[in-house]
Design a protein around this ligand. Structure first.
Ligand code: FEO
Length: 389
């Protein structure tokens, strides 16, 4: 991919990872991703903002062939998909210094073994003048690591936001051309790694919204030349508001729990509650995470396996607990053969959810008329609580 100009003296050096399908050996990437580095050239100094995942260093290396000098490598985030090629850049440009915050420096020393003397620490709000290009550093802790920061190019009003506001999307487009596609990818990314830090996200949004942003240049996905929609989306996703929606992930071994899940769905829909239903055996967990961004309620469906929840339900509960959705209500449905301790075990897996637990519906064997009546009662309880949201 060639170097592309965003503004006079500001270039995008994007490396597109078309075929990557998993991040952190965990997160599905149906649309691939990109790692974006940026070059900012002043009349006196040249800065490279972020680098690239090490397996794709050769792409960035080729883009840098015509770049004779780099004075500063700005590291906004220590995670290796952005920082991992910094040692290669430092070897190529022996005079370059790494500009970052103290916390990030310590992490880069631990993760990449970069020599301490190569660093120059920058404080929150500090500026450096490259010669007609002024870079201001904005600490953005917990989006999604504690050391993350952004960089504000004052003259061009460009915010380099690193993971914040980014999207895992492989594309040859420089700027967003399909807002719906980008929004889905960005929401997936928000759900999977940002949502656990919703309150710091709110604070960081307030911080960047004080700027008159013309362009958001993230370190994944296309650049936002009309940033209003992604900023509004982040405000919505990270707000305290929840929607009249139920997320219903389930797994079923012989069909009993599935019958219960569909009965609950029908009863909720009859009460005008929107339902996102997922069979955990086949679902994309990214879709499940996306649905948890807005929903007011989570109901997990599971059969009993050796008195506990099915391992797939165990995984879903673990995931929900880790990504900390803002659901206000939660419950459990499912069946068992001869004995179960599923309710207390699942409750113990969700300590991070600040949710009211609604009466679970657990039946022995196949659901009976009484089970369906209890599912109706659960649907009624959910609809009643959603009505007062
Ligand atoms: Fe794209 Fe947190 O790294």
């Amino acid at each position: 991919m060639k170097i592309r100009q965003l503004a006079e003296g500001v270039d995008l050096l994007a490396t597109v990872d078309w075929n990557r399908r998993l991040f952190d050996s965990l997160i599905p990437l149906p649309d691939g991703t990109s790692y974006n580095a940026y070059l900012v050239r002043g009349t006196d100094k040249v800065a490279l903002i972020d680098t690239v995942d090490p397996p794709l260093w050769h792409v960035l290396e080729k883009q840098l062939e015509s770049v004779e000098r780099i004075d500063y490598v700005i590291c906004q985030h220590a995670e290796q998909d952005h920082s991992g090629s910094i040692p290669f850049v430092l070897a190529k440009y022996p005079e370059a210094r790494v500009l970052t915050n103290a916390k990030c420096r310590d992490m880069l020393i631990d993760l990449l073994g970069i020599a301490e003397e190569r660093f120059q620490i920058v404080e929150d709000g500090e500026t450096i003048d490259l010669g007609g290009k002024t870079l201001e550093f904005i600490y953005l802790p917990w989006v999604h690591w504690p050391e993350t920061m952004g960089t504000w190019l004052q003259e061009e009003r460009i915010l380099f936001s690193c993971d914040f506001l980014g999207s895992h999307l492989a594309t040859t487009d420089t700027f967003v051309t399909d807002q719906a596609l980008t929004l889905e990818a960005a929401k997936r990314y928000y759900a999977e790694i940002m949502m656990p830090f919703r309150l710091p996200i709110q604070r960081n949004l307030t911080k960047i919204l004080a700027k008159d942003i013309r362009m958001v240049a993230p370190s994944h996905g296309p650049v936002f030349d009309q940033p209003g929609f992604i900023l509004e989306a982040y405000q919505d996703w990270s707000s305290d508001a929840v929607k009249n929606e139920v997320v219903l992930p389930y797994v079923s071994m012989h069909g009993s729990t599935e019958k219960m899940a569909f009965a609950l769905l029908d009863s909720l829909v009859a009460r005008d509650v929107k339902v996102h239903l997922f069979d955990l055996v086949v679902t994309d967990i990214g879709k499940l995470a996306i649905s948890l961004v807005d929903a007011a309620t989570l109901v997990l469906g599971s059969p009993t396996v050796h008195v506990g929840p099915h391992p797939a339900a165990h995984y879903a509960a673990n995931l929900a607990n880790a990504i900390r959705p803002k659901v206000r209500f939660a419950s459990l449905i499912g069946s068992y053969g001869w004995s179960t301790r599923m309710v207390e075990q699942v409750a113990g897996m969700l300590p991070n959810l600040k949710a009211e637990i609604l009466d679970p519906v657990i039946c022995k064997g196949d659901p009976t008329a009484e089970t369906y009546a209890q599912l109706d009662q659960l649907a009624a309880a959910i609809a009643e609580r959603h009505a007062s949201l």
